[in-house]
Design a protein around this ligand. Structure first.
Ligand SMILES: Cc1ncc(COP(=O)(O)O)c(C=O)c1O
Length: 425
């Protein structure tokens, strides 16, 4: 017999407080302070020079990150958006080129394509809530030059299928790992499988300095071009004022350089990544083990169970209509839960709400970059163009999994889900 739900006056299944989802942010402590104080004491705030010789924190962070990712090159930047724009430019993507991206990602992935003057083509997700490779194939046109995969909510995309498509059609692959730092696919660090991998250190992410980003690549030329673009105009090439060594080395860039203060905080945070991941994965496993056989819910399948970073739990109900009452019942039980897609509730993570893209809004030239004379395609957008994406997201219940939760918290969450599901099944 089902127990009386808390929403109907029954006892709560979870009686402990919920933590906000700032895994690295909540762990900021002495290690970060010490790193930052070193920078301030030395007055060494710029990666290239200061009042006296001193090893750059940003450079040290890049070396550490490349080591952790097992990547040849790593370049620190100001944000993941900056990392995505820089990677696109380095890959030679620009006016007239289409880039395929999913309709379930933070808007910044799509915006970075427009910022690089290219055209986003928005494809469907599959049951894993990551890019559907079958739909990618359908969306390829003569203008397609790249695929931007998004390892959304900590889960790896189907990289074997995507890399095979990219190879067949000679496309670049940029991995948006903003929400999946430390995740893996078949043992490889996410971000090191495509041409460039991009990470975010914004405050909501697993490790953080409030803002910040990183690019990894295995290709020396791409690293060189990322370096040049992120630093105004290849200002710091080995021989700064020499003629270019190859076509495409010297071009006008922007300033996406990371500050030494951010680099210092990130060194301390990167040292905490493994323990944060193992706590979140432990917590996620306890909850999944507790609900895996529960009638009426289906846990989000993953392309590689071991590669999930464990930042959240997402499960399907059988209808969209059940999501809102299910979420309310879970909240009453003391569990922080939310639905994902509702057409009436704006959310920058779902393409149907990206008015700027759907209506081709531009800050300057009308409908730029779609109106560019270089563009030979004819992409159009509408709020219902990817129905599968909306249908899948419309049936999802989402729970953050802060690393700070205890095993007992997780057991209570599983109990609450089971209790609510018993009524809804
Ligand atoms: C999937 C995804 N891509 C890109 C970004 C942009 O990251 P940033 O804020 O570091 O520019 C985010 C940030 O939330 C994100 O979630």
């Amino acid at each position: 017999m089902s127990k009386k739900l808390a929403i109907n006056g029954g006892a709560k299944a979870k009686t402990t407080p919920n933590f906000p989802m700032y895994p690295g942010g909540l762990e900021i402590g002495e290690e970060e302070k010490q790193q930052v104080m070193e920078v301030l004491d030395r007055k060494y705030l710029f990666r290239y020079y200061g009042p006296e010789e001193y090893p750059s924190k940003v450079r040290a962070l890049e070396t550490m990150f490349a080591g952790k990712a097992d990547s040849k090159y790593a370049l620190a930047v100001t944000s993941c958006t900056a990392a995505l724009i820089t990677s696109l430019v380095a890959c030679g993507i620009g006016p007239g080129d289409e880039v395929i991206v999913t309709g379930y990602t933070f808007f910044a992935s799509c915006a970075s394509i427009v910022a690089a003057n290219a055209i986003p083509v928005i494809c469907e997700i599959d049951e894993t809530l990551t890019m559907d490779p079958r739909d990618v194939e359908k969306k390829i046109t003569p203008s397609t030059k790249a695929i931007m995969v998004v390892h959304m909510r900590g889960v790896p995309c189907d990289m074997d299928a995507i890399m095979a498509i990219a190879k067949k059609h000679d496309l670049k692959v940029i991995e948006d790992c903003a929400q999946a730092v430390g995740g893996t696919y078949k043992g490889k660090f996410l971000g090191t499988i495509g041409d460039c991998g991009c990470y975010s250190f914004q405050y909501h992410k697993t490790i953080t300095a409030g803002e910040g980003g990183m690019i990894v690549t295995q290709d020396e030329r791409l690293y060189d071009r990322c370096m040049g673009y992120h630093d105004t105009a290849a200002c710091w090439r080995p021989d700064r004022f020499a003629e270019q060594r190859y076509e495409g080395e010297l071009f006008v860039g922007v300033n996406f350089r990371m500050s030494e203060l951010i680099g210092a905080v990130m060194i301390a945070q990167l040292n905490k990544l493994d323990s944060l991941l193992s706590l979140m994965r432990r917590n996620q496993k306890i909850i999944i083990d507790g609900i895996i056989n529960t009638k009426g819910i289906e846990v989000r399948p993953r392309n590689d169970d071991d590669g999930d970073t464990g930042i959240c739990l997402m499960f399907y109900l059988d209808t969209h209509e059940k999501v809102s009452p299910f979420v309310e019942a879970l909240k009453a039980e003391g569990v922080g839960a939310a639905g994902v897609f509702d057409s009436g509730i704006p959310d920058w993570h779902i393409y149907a709400h990206w008015k700027h893209i759907v209506k081709k809004k531009s800050a300057t030239v009308k409908e730029w970059p779609w109106s560019s004379a270089f563009y030979k395609g004819n992409v159009e957008y509408s709020e219902d163009m990817n129905p599968k994406t909306l249908e899948l997201l419309g049936r999802i219940v989402h729970l953050d999994i802060p690393s700070q939760m205890s095993e007992k918290d997780c057991e209570m969450i599983a109990e609450a889900i089971n209790k609510v599901a018993a009524v809804f099944a």
